[in-house]
Design a protein around this ligand. Sequence first.
Ligand SMILES: Cc1cc2nc3c(=O)[nH]c(=O)nc-3n(C[C@H](O)[C@H](O)[C@H](O)COP(=O)(O)O)c2cc1C
Length: 187
Amino acid sequence: MATVKILGIAGSLRKGSFNRMALKAAQDLVPAGASLEIAELPDLPGFNQDNEKIPPAAVTELKAKIRAADAILLVTPEYNYSVPGVFKNAIDWVSRPYGDSAWKGKPVAIMGASAGVLGTARAQYHLRQTLVFLDMPTVNQPEVMIGGAASKFDQAGNLTDDMAKKLIGQLLTNLSDLAKRNGAGSR
Ligand SMILES: Cc1cc2nc3c(=O)[nH]c(=O)nc-3n(C[C@H](O)[C@H](O)[C@H](O)COP(=O)(O)O)c2cc1C
């Protein structure tokens, strides 16, 4: 029986997304006593604060899933050295209205896959900054940056890089431990 429920979200809408493949690979790497459910990134309208109290149904559903989870795994692509707009947009929707953010206090870990050799390093540091404002306890290490993503997955979408698998397993162990320190399993 899993005591730590992790919810994973990959920040790409693309059918053949390497980041979604990495998130799927993570499901086989969770430590004992934890589970990893995947929430698809919703294709949302651009956030408009005028409408924050009447969000799309997909935002309400995503907020409920986040609230039901003990911990969050965010898997970010890198667009122009930053977090893709669609991912940041979803993060913004979930953070509002003020005082009703579903992110607040949730333990979180981040990872990412990109075409470039730095493997989303720059995007991850932008995301990490956002998580400070969202008040989410964040796993610092290991950093999981899957560069040259096209050569790290096979035709069926399986992660083939042993070092990446090892690091993802360690990241999930550290996230699970952080969630337990935050009360997961004792509620
Ligand atoms: C608008 C755009 C900007 C991009 N900028 C970067 C970048 O800054 N660094 C990088 O490594 N790859 C960049 N890429 C390539 C992405 O890493 C690549 O498209 C990757 O597959 C996206 O993630 P996904 O497979 O999960 O959709 C960019 C791609 C797009 C479409």
